[in-house]
Design a protein around this ligand. Structure first.
Ligand code: HAS
Ligand code: CU
Length: 541
């Protein structure tokens, strides 16, 4: 990527993402300390909720959206070999999204928007929070438009040819995000902003939770798709291997996008506003969406096995030892897959109705999503950053060994943080509370696990600091010589010169999603307008 303008655009997005990330890591450490209840001077539910709300918003929306936009511009420009379409518009989207973040941050930090990242009413934040969040999403839609224009321009210029896999995955993620964000956009525009401005007196919390559930499941796949993209297009190349199957990878991205949308009610299993038949339908879809992950796990392990054997690994498992463990992309994928085993297992427990009743709203749930999001997914964001930085700033990475230490400590820290949360959940500790002290044997039995979670939090903060330090040093190092590296995409074992149109385009899948969303959310939303419901009065800070 020699185009300086694209490099600057991508770097700006990635820096916003990582600055949000490091700030949120500091808050995380405060939260484990406060939540443990060990240090009474720290006890403050109001500061805790302001912090955890900011932490959640920074991690779930700012880190992810800005990272995905920056990564998307890099993928589009490099894989399609064309400059970013309409650079002024791209910067417009960036500034719009950043303005939104700053607008939302002010009430968050002031403790006026302690509504958590899920902002379930009837708790309500000042309008600035919701308007800020809306601008962030609208900024991301600008990115979506640019990605779609570049995708179709390339297709027009190269009729009959397969869109590069990395761009196909990015485009599927755009389609996924446009559908995903519509649910929360409806909630914010028609319920939360009017409520916070006093235009309406009450809010139907059941409808809000239904609209948020529309967004809540697919958003986690929106976060995940860049990690899977790296699994398919970067990891095999870095390991010295090939993409197991280009067509299978496309199918995995399609199934991920299509089936992550109509299944959000697995977040509402324990809610009263939806009937059990709808929960069953969404539950079945939830098991469907685990399939592309299993396919992806299989494909990336197959690529790694080929790499290990080409490097001389023998026997059933001997290839694992001969993988290039000192390559940060390869190390990250191994650690990511290890966290996926347990994070995915937790997901299957959550998705099973009867077991969900046991863990819902307990510390198990943050255990699940820290392991699979902050673990499996974010470790790949790190690996992508280590890979892209020398290409984007044209200087060698400041320290490769520091990168390896950082990846290992992230894995170790995340394991130490999330294992006790899973256990605490089973022991009945609620989530979304600051410190809980019942002064009985139950809370005493929690204490060793709370100590572990503090250790985990500290290790993770140290690791996060190493990450930012390494990137900043790489960019600011005046003495390092300019290098000219390019992004290298892995080749499939069997080249896909041309693929059927349904594996190369979004239109069919857009229609399939529309039908599935109509079936799975049509009546469940309509019911709020045809039956007698009661509104709740808002509760603010
Ligand atoms: Fe989840 C709650 C179900 C995946 C994130 N999830 C959450 C929340 C978040 C989240 C943020 O059904 C909390 C929302 C809130 O605040 O209320 N989740 C699932 C299921 C999956 C799943 C079935 N979740 C994710 C991913 C996330 C994420 C991915 C972020 C990136 N989740 C739920 C449910 C809830 C939930 C319920 C609601 C809980 C409640 O009651 O509130 C699946 O897609 C997971 C599939 C994965 C697998 C794992 C396969 C393993 C593989 C690894 C193989 C590796 C090997 C090692 C063998 C089945 C492929 C190789 C080693 C070498 C050395 C080479
Ligand atoms: Cu979900």
């Amino acid at each position: 990527m020699n185009d300086a303008a694209t490099r600057k655009l991508a770097l700006s997005h990635l820096w916003v993402a990582f600055i949000a990330f490091i700030l949120a890591c500091f808050m995380g450490v405060y939260q484990v300390l406060e939540r443990s209840g060990f240090i009474s001077a720290l006890d403050s539910p109001s500061v805790y909720f302001a912090s955890v709300s900011t932490h959640g918003v920074l991690m779930a929306f700012v880190l992810t959206i800005f990272f995905i936009m920056g990564f998307g511009y890099t993928i589009a420009a490099s894989s399609l070999k064309q400059p970013v379409w309409n650079m002024p518009l791209a910067w417009g989207g960036f500034w719009l999204a950043l303005t939104g973040v700053i607008m939302a941050a002010i009430p968050l930090l002031a403790g006026k928007a302690s509504v958590l990242y899920t902002f379930y009413p009837p708790i309500v934040a000042p309008a600035a929070f919701y308007i800020g969040a809306t601008l962030l999403v609208v900024g991301s839609w600008v990115w979506c438009v640019i990605m779609l224009v570049m995708f179709s321009q390339w297709k027009q210029a190269n009729p009959g040819q397969a869109v590069p896999l990395a761009m196909f995955a990015t485009a599927m993620n755009v389609l996924l995000w446009l559908w995903t964000s519509a649910g929360v956009a409806l909630e914010v525009l028609f319920q939360l902003i009017p409520l916070s401005l006093g235009w309406i007196d009450t809010v139907d919390a059941g409808l809000s939770r239904t609209l948020f559930a529309w967004t809540l499941h697919p958003i986690v796949y929106f976060w995940l798709i860049p990690a899977y993209t790296a699994f398919y297009v970067f990891v095999p190349k870095q390991a010295g291997s090939f993409v197991f199957s280009d067509e299978m990878a496309r199918l995995a991205f399609i199934v991920l996008a299509v089936f992550s949308l109509p299944i959000g009610f697995h977040h509402l299993y324990m809610d009263p506003e939806q009937a059990k038949g709808w929960k069953l339908l969404h539950g079945i879809g939830t098991f469907m969406v685990a399939l592309p992950t299993l396919v992806t796990g299989f494909a990336v392990i197959a690529s790694l096995e080929i790499a290990g054997r080409l490097r001389g690994g023998k026997g059933l498992f001997g290839w694992i030892g001969s993988l290039p463990w000192t390559n940060s992309m390869v190390l990250a994928v191994i650690l990511s897959l290890l966290m996926l085993i347990f994070g995915g297992f937790g997901g299957i427990v959550n998705a099973s109705y009867a077991m969900n009743a046991m863990i819902h709203n307990t510390a198990w749930v943050p255990g699940h999503f820290h392991l699979i999001f902050a673990g499996t997914t974010v470790i790949m964001y790190f690996a992508i950053a280590y890979y892209l930085w020398p290409i984007l700033v044209k200087k060698p990475l400041f320290s490769s060994s520091m990168a390896l230490v950082q990846l290992w400590t992230w894995f170790i820290g995340m394991s130490i943080l999330t294992t006790p949360w899973h256990i605490l959940g089973l022991l009945g500790q609620p989530r979304r509370v600051s410190s809980v002290v019942y002064n009985n044997l139950l809370t005493l039995s929690w204490q060793p696990y709370e100590l572990m979670m503090i250790v985990g939090g500290l290790v993770l903060l140290g690791s996060a600091c190493l990450f930012i330090y390494n990137l900043a040093k790489t960019q600011l190092n005046p003495s390092s010589e300019a290098i000219d590296q390019h992004i290298e995409y892995a080749e499939p074992i069997h080249a896909a010169e041309s693929v059927p149109e349904w594996l190369n385009d979004l239109k069919l899948w857009n229609k399939v999603i529309a039908v599935l969303m109509f079936i799975s959310f049509g009546y469940p939303i309509l019911q709020f307008f045809i039956m007698d419901t009661y509104g709740s009065s808002p509760w603010g800070f």
